[in-house]
Design a binder for this molecule. Structure first.
Ligand SMILES: Cc1cc2nc3c(=O)[nH]c(=O)nc-3n(C[C@H](O)[C@H](O)[C@H](O)COP(=O)(O)OP(=O)(O)OC[C@H]3O[C@@H](n4cnc5c(N)ncnc54)[C@H](O)[C@@H]3O)c2cc1C
Length: 386
């Protein structure tokens, strides 16, 4: 194959949250796409990891679909602290121009909502349970090789396949996930606590259990062997280890539900464009989940890519011209969030006294300097903007 009609649909490889959002954003600009995903919607919907979405991400998703009310829980306050450290920063609504900083939703519920929106859009064709094997490039087109299906030709391949195959190297850390019942903290409050093992987050979940107690999702990152050990402890022993990391200030963890370990990998591509293939979301960069930035960054990728491709198509130009502009526009935001998520866990894990002092000063500065806090909140909510 050599050439493809200009109005031929683009191929989106991967129908995770980033690929599906990209398809919907392109459709708003009149651009057709075919989305390939190896999983069925049921398999994808089974993923119960809880995602903290920034205000910017909620606006992006809100532009393409309505999220079910009961599935979304607002985050109104974030408390950042570190084990054994003075200094504690509280980021709240006075630091942002609104009532909330973001919201949480289960991965599976987000996929279900986005899948329903793609299914009712004439410009999007969804092909699930179809694995992409390879992409061949030609001067004016690409050909997608599919497992058990005829190859598919398209002007561009937009790769949102996430991490793809699990890497051969072992994971640097694991995230231990569980729902916990807590008291002494507001339903809309999220905690980011840095332990010597790794960062620990408690994120708001829907449903109050009884007066004063509610559920939070625990995401505790640590060495994989520690995570495996803690995942099989009795509830009582696990709660004792968890409580020892949380400190006082009224927060009580009353009970823990089923635990699950998630291997964590960190990877980032140097080049986002290879002729007619472009990478976005986790396929472009897979981040440590500290500060919950992976999907937020990936959704910003999808907005910029859809804008650039939409503009090229409206000008009846070859959309390949849009790809380098996308890569250039994403440089600063990627660099800032990659640095934040790479450096923060080790910065908070070290016992080296001078760094521990800087850590305390940093947390105190965040606590007492409103402008610093506002800028930090803005970075987490909207990324780097010009
Ligand atoms: C424990 C944990 C907690 C997290 N918490 C947060 C958070 O609070 N906030 C946040 O912003 N981010 C968070 N993240 C990161 C977030 O989950 C990812 O950034 C996000 O899922 C990336 O979306 P994606 O669509 O790029 O990739 P994925 O979600 O990985 O989706 C990729 C899709 O591609 C498909 N695919 C892969 N290979 C092929 C192939 N060969 N052929 C066809 N289809 C293929 C897969 O089936 C999948 O559907 C967290 C991650 C983890 C692990």
């Amino acid at each position: 194959m050599s050439a493809i009609a200009a109005e031929a649909p683009l191929a989106i490889l991967g129908g995770g949250p980033v690929g599906l959002t990209l398809a919907l954003l392109l459709a708003r600009r009149g651009v057709r796409s075919v989305v390939f995903d190896a999983r069925s919607v049921e398999q994808a919907s089974d993923d119960r990891r809880l995602l903290a979405l920034s205000l910017g991400s909620l606006q992006t998703i809100g532009a393409v679909t309505d999220l079910p009310r009961g599935a979304v829980t607002p985050i109104r306050t974030v408390i950042v602290s570190s084990v054994g450290q003075f200094g504690r920063a509280v980021i709240g609504k006075s630091d942002v121009a609104g009532e909330m900083l973001g919201a949480t939703i289960r991965y599976g519920e987000l996929i279900a909502a986005l899948s329903a929106a793609t299914a009712s859009n004439d410009l999007i064709s969804m092909r699930r349970s179809v694995r992409v094997l390879a992409v061949q490039q030609f001067p004016a087109s690409v050909e997608i090789e599919l497992d058990g299906h005829e190859p598919f030709g398209a002007p561009l391949a937009l790769s949102a396949e996430g991490l793809g195959q699990a890497p051969v190297e072992s994971a640097s850390q694991s995230a231990l996930l569980a729902d916990v019942e807590v008291s002494g903290i507001d339903a809309g409050t999220a905690c980011e606590r840095f332990t010597r093992d790794g960062p620990l987050a408690l994120l708001p979940l829907p449903a109050r259990l009884s007066a004063g107690s509610h559920r939070k999702a625990l995401v505790w990152c640590m060495d994989p062997a520690q995570a495996d050990r803690r995942s099989v402890l009795s509830d009582a022993n696990f709660l004792a280890e968890l409580r020892s990391q949380l400190g006082g200030r009224g927060l009580q963890v009353l009970a823990v539900g089923a635990r699950k370990c998630y291997p964590l990998y960190q990877r980032a591509r140097d080049d986002l464009v290879e002729h007619r293939i472009v990478y976005l979301g986790n396929a472009a960069q897979t981040l440590h989940p500290v500060a919950g930035q992976g999907l937020n960054l990936g959704l910003r990728d999808s907005v910029i890519l859809a804008d650039q491709i939409g503009a090229a198509c409206a000008a009846e130009a070859d959309p390949v011209k849009a790809l380098h502009e996308y890569a250039r526009s994403r440089r600063a935001d990627r660099a800032a969030i990659l640095a934040l998520t790479r450096l923060t866990p080790s910065f908070f894990a070290t016992r080296f006294a001078p760094i521990a002092a800087v850590r305390s000063i940093g947390l105190t500065a965040l606590a007492v300097v409103p402008n610093l806090r506002r800028e930090f909140a803005r970075l987490l909510m909207f990324g780097v903007r010009f």
